[in-house]
Every structure is written in C-alpha cells, then in structure tokens.
Write a protein that binds this ligand. Structure first.
Ligand code: BMP
Length: 248
C-alpha cells in the first residue's frame, strides 16, 4: 500500500491527524531507544504516523532505528516519515533516499530549493518506483523562516512572487505527496491550500512550544499536524495526544 493509503487508513482508524515527531534526546542510546519505544506504545492509537529526525538516527544508528523503531511502527500499523530534509545534489540525495526507503521508511522530507535536475529528480524517481512518498519543505515554522520563504522572487514574466508560492507550484508540478508549512503561520497555510487545491497534503509542525495552535492550523487548511514535545514531554502523553484529536 502507498504511503498515502497507509496514513489515510491510520488517520481514519485512530480518528486523528497527528503525526508524532519522535525527537526525544538522551545521552544514553539504550535509554533513548527504550523511551522512544515506550512513547510509541503509549500513543500509537492516537496518532496516524511517526516522523523520525536525523538526530535520532545519529544517536541510535540506522540498524537499531530500523530493527526497533520501524519494526514497532509496522506492528502498530503506522507509516513512518524520515525527516531527512534532503538538500544536496542528485547522487547524494539519491543515496540517502534509497537508504531510508530500503530500511523501511514510507516517506522522506526534502527541500525543494535544490531544484529538479540533478537535485530531487532521482529522489522522486526512487520514491515513485517503490510506492513511497516525498514531502517538500515549503514554509518553516520558526520566526526566522519568513526572511527567506516570504521573500519575493522575480518571475520570467516580470512579476514577483513569494518563494513559498513558487515552492508550492513546484510541489504540484513534481507531484509531491505533500508539503510542510508551519502551524505558526495559519495565513500561509490558507494561501498554500488555496494554490494547491484539495489533493496536496499539508503537514503542519510548530504546535505548542513553537506557538502554533492545532485548531487554527487545521481550520486554515492543514491536513496533518506534526507534534513532538507537546506529546512526549507531557506528564501524560496519551492525554496530550487525545486532546489533539480534532472533531471531524
Ligand atoms: P515540536 O512539536 O517539538 O516543536 O517539534 C516539531 C517537529 O517538526 C520537529 O521534529 C522539527 O524538526 C519539525 N519541523 C519544525 O518544527 N518546523 C518546520 O518548519 C519543519 C519541521 O520539520
């Protein structure tokens, strides 16, 4: 089944649009692995996917991530996203994308600013040939993001457009599964939704500690919320995940 099919099925089954960002930190790799597994076991019926960052892969290593975290995700029927933020030339992007897909990840996040030719072309090809997905970073949630993503760039026709609008067009042209747009910028989510129509999934991080609000982000047009600390740092993670389940 495709990533899209898996996340939709999990979202319907668990009545949630929350993707868990599994970003725990611990200097002891064994404790980190145990805690990461515990959080998944605690909230797996209250989330629809798991996103893993490079920091977790750095701390645990690829093999333990695959054997322990990805296997557990499979057991609890949740798709996994590798937040690789791929941002290099073609051959190294391809190596990383292939490695993550072959380990068992269902989707990767990439940065569209490297462009298509000898940038993300091979990543999309690798994803498409394996029924995996590519999600593109389109507007980040941190305050400093505005300086780049809202910058207006001249178009061949002489008009100037904000960079995030150009990146949204690229996501549509390249047939990306989805885009990442910060929950801290509901007006940008609304604009991306307006440009993209109904079919492009919008993943929105920045809920809680970064200042974004789940209802505002969903009302603006987000498809999924990406949530880390507000769940795993909560004294009661399953209650926190439960509260993020929004009425249909
Ligand atoms: P938290 O909910 O703890 O703030 O974590 C947000 C997660 O989303 C982190 O994994 C971070 O890497 C990711 N993220 C983000 O916060 N803003 C972005 O613009 C893009 C992201 O991938």
């Amino acid at each position: 089944m495709s990533f899209e099919g898996k996340i939709r099925r999990a979202a319907e089954r668990n009545k949630t649009r929350t993707v868990l960002a599994l970003d725990l930190e611990d200097p002891d790799p064994q404790r980190l692995l145990t805690r990461s597994r515990e959080i998944i076991q605690e909230v797996n019926r209250l989330i629809c996917a798991i996103k893993i960052n490079r920091q977790l892969v750095m701390a645990l290593g690829l093999k333990p991530v695959a054997e322990s975290i990805l296997n557990l995700a499979k057991v609890v029927a949740l798709p996994t996203i590798m937040d690789a933020k791929l941002n290099d030339v073609g051959h190294t992007n391809l190596f990383m994308a292939r490695t993550y897909f072959d380990l068992g990840f269902d989707a990767v996040i990439a940065s569209p600013v490297v462009g298509w030719e000898n940038g993300l072309d091979a990543v999309f090809e690798a994803a498409n040939s394996r029924s995996k997905a590519v999600i593109l970073l389109t507007y980040m949630s941190n305050p400093g993001a505005e300086a780049f993503y809202s910058l207006k760039a001249a178009q061949p026709n002489g008009n100037a457009r904000p960079i995030f609008e150009i990146l949204t067009d690229l996501a549509l042209r390249w047939k990306a599964h989805g885009v990442v747009v910060g929950a801290t910028k509901p007006e940008i989510i609304a604009r991306v939704r307006e440009l993209a129509g109904a079919n492009l999934s919008i993943y929105s991080p920045g809920i809680g500690p970064q200042g974004g609000h789940p209802v505002t982000a969903m009302d603006a047009g987000a498809t999924y919320l990406i949530v880390g600390r507000a769940i795993y740092n909560s004294p009661d993670p399953s209650r926190a995940a439960m509260e993020l389940r929004l009425p249909p």
